[in-house]
Write a protein that binds this ligand. Structure first.
Ligand SMILES: [Fe+2]
Ligand SMILES: [Fe+2]
Length: 274
């Protein structure tokens, strides 16, 4: 089964002329059918898609991994280029989110109102559970927390009933392609924990064939979490690991050392067959 990805938005630029920002957008192609996973922070996914010669009108649907601006901020620009498409996300993705750093309280949620998203898209599909979005391709829905080293992040908050609470990220999910050789897993930021996500996917699909996306190991994650995650990846040993976005260059280079040719550093403009 032929599965390809094109990275349209990422923190690192690839070939000349591509642009980068703190964001993620990955075009998934399965047997010629296209799905867009996240839309980046601004309109760069549209710009980089144009450079790659990808016509966004050919995507069937869009999925948003969780309610952070660096994954959904580009939604209006993408829908402008793609035309109305169905947009999938967890209902809690629309709740207001903040990053608190010292005296700063930054709004980091989705700026578009629900009504605006509904009018721009071909329908907003809100679901907390698993959903099939194309044949053999599905969203995981909520990810159970089973590890003891992947907990809440101290700077990220959710506004609930007028109060800031540590963000539980119930909305954070992954995209999974079911193939005869195992599951291909696309993450957003992996706020649920990369190992929690992979364990959840393995319960249903068995083997993990490839992992693509953000890991959140580069945002001040404790070294013990980085090591435990890499140990788990070593145990599971996917054929390809393409991590990027919030993984950070230090962890990416450690992964390159450890996983050698199984590891591909992600960047905008990257085209890969998995
Ligand atoms: Fe995030
Ligand atoms: Fe992110």
């Amino acid at each position: 089964m032929e599965v390809k990805v094109a990275i349209l938005d990422d923190n690192i630029t690839g070939p000349p002329f591509f642009k980068a920002e703190h964001g993620l957008s990955v075009l998934l192609e399965v047997e010629g059918r296209r799905f867009l996973w996240d839309c980046g922070l601004s309109d760069l996914a549209v710009y980089n898609a144009r450079l790659l010669g990808i016509d966004l009108r050919t995507i069937e649907r869009i999925g948003i991994s969780h309610g952070h601006m660096d994954h959904a901020g580009g939604l209006a620009a993408v829908l402008g280029a793609s035309g109305p498409k169905k947009v999938h996300m967890h209902p809690c993705a629309l709740e207001p989110r903040y990053m608190v750093a010292g005296n700063f309280k930054l709004f980091v949620g989705i700026t578009l109102r629900r009504e605006a998203l509904e009018s721009m898209s071909d329908g907003l599909e809100l679901s907390a559970g698993p959903v099939e979005v194309m044949p053999g391709v599905g969203l995981t829905g909520e990810v159970p927390r089973v590890t003891d080293f992947e907990g809440p992040e101290p700077s990220l908050f959710l506004l609930k009933d007028g109060e800031l609470i540590p963000d539980p990220f119930v909305d954070d999910q992954a995209l999974v392609v079911d193939t005869p050789d195992g599951a291909i897993v696309l993450t957003g930021c992996a706020h649920s924990g990369l190992v929690n996500i992979l364990k959840h996917v393995m319960e249903k699909h068995g083997r993990i064939r490839a992992v693509v996306g953000g890991t959140h190991l580069g945002m001040g994650a404790p070294l013990s979490k980085v090591e435990a995650t890499m140990d788990f990846l070593d145990e599971v040993l996917p054929d390809k690991i393409i991590v990027n976005h919030c993984t950070g260059s230090v962890v990416m280079s450690r992964m390159l050392d450890r996983f050698k040719d199984r590891f591909i550093p992600g960047h905008t403009g990257l085209l890969a067959t998995l």
